[in-house]
Design a protein around this ligand. Structure first.
Ligand code: BV8
Ligand code: ZN
Length: 263
């Protein structure tokens, strides 16, 4: 989390008016919204694991070459994330989405914290609006490398040796994390839903993303192309900043509470 960033009340007020006047809003989140939950971002410090770059490990080639190493990285992330909780930014977003018609929440994150926040704030009356489209899959789901088996899985993975890696209960082949790796195509149904929401959105609210990974990073551009506007929440400038009507240079936890809940 970057310290020393201050919230400008006028900019917050400008952003609030844009969101209040919008009949449809697309929210796109990235690793930055989970930074305040203690999860390292991909490009920030701490984003590397044993000086491996995510682009080198999050690929089907890396998994084919060394499934144990790739599973070790995911096992480490699962253990870390299992100890993390949604932060005020996740909860503000979930609470606001639940009561705001016309909001579509899309995330690039695989940490499941938006879903956990939606369950936290739902207290009985769940609204699927608070649950995100998980464009890049989930760390807590596995799928078979050979058959159609796919299932939620929160077990801690023993990646000490190949034999201990998770295998398919249906066909005994190796299981993999049910996430989208670099070079793999995204679920077309989810992607289509996300782009339709982006094109229909009057505002795209980008939170905690460096907007460098496509096709997810093209969503804000789809909103702009269709005549919508961009509001960004990020302590650092990004490729979206010059395209944004308002760019709030701040951490998402406090900012989303002020922006969405007025608190
Ligand atoms: C596809 C799941 C094609 C896995 C992820 C060359 C070769 C191969 C491919 C490509 C290539 N050139 C381009 C590509 C396409 C590639 C791509 O875009 N590469 C990039 C690197 C150039 N894309 C793909 O490969 C995609 N597939 O294109 O398929 C295809 C087409 C047809 C048929 C077959 C194939 C698949 C991309 C999905 C990859 N999977 N994740 C896993 O997690 O293990 S990507 C992963 O990285 C994340 O999901 C996310 O998308 C991305 C990280 O980005 P961010 O979330 O933005 O995080 P980042 O760390 O970058 O930034 C954090 C931000 O937060 C910062 O701005 C920081 O300032 C801010 N922040 C920090 N603290 C806070 C904060 N903000 C708010 N509050 C705070 N407190
Ligand atoms: Zn199988």
């Amino acid at each position: 989390m970057r310290h020393g960033v201050t919230l400008d009340p006028q900019e917050i007020a400008r952003a609030r008016i844009l969101l209040e006047d919008a009949r449809s809003i697309l929210v796109l989140t990235g690793a930055g919204i989970s930074a305040e939950s203690g999860i390292p971002t991909f490009r920030g410090k701490g984003g590397l694991w044993r000086n491996h770059k995510p682009e080198d490990l999050a690929t089907s080639e890396a998994f084919r070459r060394d499934p144990r190493l790739v599973w070790e990285w995911y096992a480490w992330r699962r253990e870390l994330i299992a100890r993390c909780r949604p932060n005020p930014g996740h909860r503000a977003l979930a609470g606001w989405a639940m009561v705001s018609a016309g909001v579509t929440l899309v995330t690039q994150n695989v940490d499941g914290l938006h879903e956990a926040a939606a369950l936290d704030v739902a207290d009985g009356h769940e609204s699927e609006r608070a649950f995100p489209i998980e464009l890049h899959g989930s760390l807590f789901r596995v799928r078979c490398t050979r058959c159609t088996y796919r299932a939620p899985d929160r077990k801690m993975v023993d990646a000490s040796g190949h034999a201990a890696l998770p295998h398919c209960p249906q066909c005994s082949a190796l299981l993999r994390p049910d996430v989208v790796w670099f070079g793999e195509s995204l679920d077309t149904v989810l992607l289509d839903r996300a782009f339709r929401a982006a094109e229909a959105a009057e505002i795209c609210l980008g939170v905690g993303t460096s907007a460098l990974v496509h096709p997810a990073a093209s969503l804000p551009l789809a909103t702009l192309r269709a005549g919508g506007k961009l509001v960004e929440v990020n302590p650092d400038p990004t490729v979206l900043t010059t395209l944004a009507t308002v760019s709030l240079r701040a951490n998402s936890g406090e900012t989303l509470q002020r922006l969405l809940l007025g608190s």
